[in-house]
Design a protein around this ligand. Structure first.
Ligand SMILES: O=C(O)c1cc(=O)[nH]c(=O)n1[C@@H]1O[C@H](COP(=O)(O)O)[C@@H](O)[C@H]1O
Length: 238
């Protein structure tokens, strides 16, 4: 497998299992990691996770848990049973994150499976500085993302989801081994849509992102396989 394929995560955002299956089948030779998010998981009750397992693919379960510590911890414990590669929580209070890190380890040991990576969402890539002001936060997206990444590291989770706009600073603060997953990736010619902090695949890699999450630029393309391969090539050239 090439280095580019190892860094690309494709977001299967559809509410239809057959469409998800069709996309996975089209992309299976050029993509190794697929993200099952809220829309697809809720609509299919997790059926796509089983399909991806049958195909031997790596699974990013993106359910972004955010709740009181006991509920977050219990949700992580249940999700570990899906035996996925990586899953998301929101960066929240220290107690909640610590309990998620701990239970993931314990449950994986009990089941004798590899512990999934637990990563915390810092500041959604659809948010701007103005959006943060509107919801009562007087920090910039970059300041808040760095602060939350440091909290996530202190709590003992494996990494964060962040925009590639701030990933270089997060790597500098939290170290090379702290996993960085960057959505809001847009090749030069792609539509931005609802994303506000976007970066090209090449620039995201140059800034130190470990993994790039790409949805619509691949899934809404007339030729998803070609679009995925173009991004893999751009990653490799960077
Ligand atoms: O956790 C995520 O994956 C996520 C965090 C974030 O800050 N921004 C973000 O876009 N995402 C997800 O990444 C994917 C991006 O999709 P596209 O905008 O279509 O490339 C979607 O599935 C989002 O749910």
């Amino acid at each position: 497998m090439t280095e580019g394929i190892e860094k690309l995560i494709v977001a299967i955002d559809t509410d239809d299992f057959d469409k998800a299956k069709e996309l996975i089948d089209k992309l299976e030779d050029s993509v190794d990691i697929f993200k099952v998010g809220l829309e697809q998981y809720v609509a299919t009750r997790g059926k796509t996770v089983d399909y991806l397992k049958e195909k031997g693919k790596k699974i990013f379960l993106d359910l972004k848990f955010h709740d009181i510590p006991n509920t977050m911890k219990s949700a992580v414990k249940a999700a570990v049973r899906d035996n996925v590669w990586l899953m998301t929580i929101h960066v929240s209070d220290m107690e909640g994150m610590k309990q998620c890190a701990q239970i993931a380890k314990e449950e994986a040991e009990r089941l004798n499976i590899e512990k999934p990576l637990i990563v915390g969402v810092t500041v959604l890539t659809s948010l701007s500085n103005e959006d943060l002001q509107d919801i009562g936060c007087n920090m910039t997206t970059e300041e808040l993302a760095i602060k939350r990444a440091k909290l996530a590291k202190e709590a003992g989770i494996d990494g964060v989801v962040c925009s590639a706009k701030e990933v270089d600073k997060i790597v500098k603060e939290c170290g090379e081994d702290f996993v960085t997953v960057c959505p809001g990736i847009r090749p030069e010619t792609s539509e931005v849509g609802d994303q506000k902090r976007v970066v090209t695949p090449a620039d995201a890699i140059k800034k130190g992102a470990h993994y790039l999450v790409v949805g619509r630029p691949i899934t809404k393309s007339e030729d998803p396989k070609k679009s995925a391969l173009d991004i893999v090539r751009e990653i490799e050239n960077a």
